[in-house]
Each structure stands twice: as C-alpha cells, then as structure tokens.
Design a protein around this ligand. Sequence first.
Ligand code: GDP
Length: 364
Amino acid sequence: GFKCGIVGLPNVGKSTLFNALTETAAAQAANYPFCTIEPNVGEVAVPDPRLEKLAAIAKSGQIIPTRLTFVDIAGLVRGASKGEGLGNQFLANIREVDAIAHVVRCFEDSDITHVEGKIAPLADIETIETELMLADLDSLEKRVDNLTKKAKGNDKDAKEQLDLVNRTLVLLREGKPARLVERKAEEERAFGMLGLLSSKPVLYVCNVEEGSAATGNSFSQAVQEQAAKEGAVAVVISAKIESEIATISREERADFLETLGLEEAGLDRLIRAGYTLLDLITYFTVGPKEARAWTIYRGTKAPGAAGVIHTDFEKGFIRAETIAYDDYVALGGEAGARDAGKLRLEGKEYVVADGDVMHFRFNT
Ligand code: GDP
C-alpha cells in the first residue's frame, strides 16, 4: 500500500494529529477486517461514498475500503543528518515512505515550547528540508567515487548514473531539493533507486488553533503561498479538533463540524490532498461477497492494477471486464451494464480510469 510519513519539528502536533487520525479511522473501520494499528503505524480507510453505493447495488456482504498508511516519524531536529536526535533512525524511516506529510506549527501557545524559540513556519520548513538535503548530499557524495571508477571502465550504466548523480549534487549544493532535478523519463527508475529524501513529494499540514480551522491564519497563509510557489500542496488542520472528532460518533460529527464552519474532517481533507499529491486513483471490485476499493497511480495499465490485488493476477493477466462507475450505477449493476453493452473487455494496454469496476481474468 501507499505510505505517508508524518514529519515535523518537535512540539508541532505530529503525535496529536497521528493519534487523532488513527483513532478516527479505527472508530470508522470497526467493522472492517485487517485494521492493524501499531504504535507509530496506522492504516486509515479512505472515505469514498461511491463504494457504499456499489455495495448497495450488488448487495455485497462486506465493504472493504482502500487504505493509506500513515507513519509517525518522530525525532527530526536540527542536526538529524549528522546523527542528532534520532538521526539515522529517522532517515531510515523516511526512506520507506512514498510521500511526506510535513506538519508545521501555525498555532501560538506560550505553554508549549517551540524548539526554535518562536513561531515561524517558513523557517521551520527550511530547517527540516535542510536536514533532508544534507542527508541526500551525504549519501550521493559517498556514491560518486565508486561510480567514477566504474564509468572510467566504460560501464555505460555507471556513466549515466554518474551524470544523474552529479546533476543532483549541483542542485543540492544550491540548497534545492532533489525532486527539482530535471530528468528524462528513462532516468526515472535510476533516480528512484537513489532513494533520496528530498525527492519525496511533500504535503504541508498547517496545524492551527481551533478558532482558525475553517479560515486559516497568517502563519498558514504564508505556508500556502510558499507551497503554491513550489507546486506543493498545503492543508489547514487543527490537530486539537481532530482529536475531539476522534471521540465522537459518526452521526454527531456532521453537526460538530458545522458549528466550526467546516465541511469535512481534516482526515478526509488530508487523505484527498495525499491522493492529489501522489496522483492516485481508485478502482473497485464488486460482488455479492464484498465490494472493495483499490488504490493505484493514475496511468496504471490493467495488468498493473490487477497486481495490486495479487501478483498472480498480473503475471497471468488475460483481460479485464470493465464497467465505468457511472454506467454501473445508472444501469443498476453488472447485469444491466452487460445488457446495455457497457461491460468492456479490456486488454493489457488499457489505462485504468478512476472509478472503474473491474473483474480480472487470468491464467494460473
Ligand atoms: P509532536 O512533538 O510534534 O508530536 O507534538 P505533540 O502532538 O506531542 O504536541 C505537543 C504539544 O502541543 C501537546 O501538548 C499538544 O497538546 C499541543 N498541541 C498540539 N496541537 C495543538 C494546537 O493546535 N493548539 C494548541 N494550543 N496546542 C496544541
């Protein structure tokens, strides 16, 4: 599944947010199997009203939403790249995630110490980004000698890698994150193999006081402007409100949110922002036993989508019976869609669309 790491300086509200998200998710998902929650790893069900609709039409016995994994990565402080705080542990954890949710303190509270002495979200962002870039600089510099030797021996792959590494080093030395390196499509794989921390997509989470949850404040506004400049995404959340939401029932939630001027819980907004950031979409498998949602990258072809369910589905892929979500709903399910000629047989080159209802045929 897709993993999102929650990072940020100490005392910005990471744990409060993480606990709220996983508690809310656990409460929502009480009926769903496989809801494993470890101390710092939480699986969050992705809310999707389409799934309930499909399940109602197919009279599915069970609804299984798709999930995103959140990892609470503590211990990032100034100097982490040099081993301060939890240093290397932190860096190892962050290497394993697909995206970073960077929590930024945008609330004032004299009772809660700010590690850098004052509330300054843009400076905090820079502190964290600098640690990620320093760690990348370090890991790339360690590779250069070895690659240079290989490249001299006329190793074509090594030459190409060295070129990519050197271009990345130039950028990092200018204080720019690795994600900004210009690269050709055929270099993307090698780039991914470098496992660079500053290449991960970032979502800024502005933690504001309760009164500013709907509107944001001047701090969160500064972060949002910065995010817009970088082509990044920022969401405004009050970790305090999220922890209150975690304690009330689903029925009470709508009223509670309304009194705060909010349309939906931060969890839902965060997940949606994560989907946008990672360019993810959802497809469905629907039957009498269960209706289930699956997450894939936009642009994934049918065999790759099947592989999310099981690697055998991908290896032995023959074709995918596919019904667009709107057709499935409008025609009252699979039989209706089939009769109306809306059940398509798609092959290996089919690019899966968001909302597709799919049934895979495969050889074992
Ligand atoms: P972490 O170190 O980033 O994980 O931060 P915590 O989640 O442990 O929060 C640090 C302190 O800030 C705790 O005492 C929280 O109750 C408090 N806190 C978190 N979010 C908010 C907020 O939005 N407003 C206020 N006033 N306090 C908060």
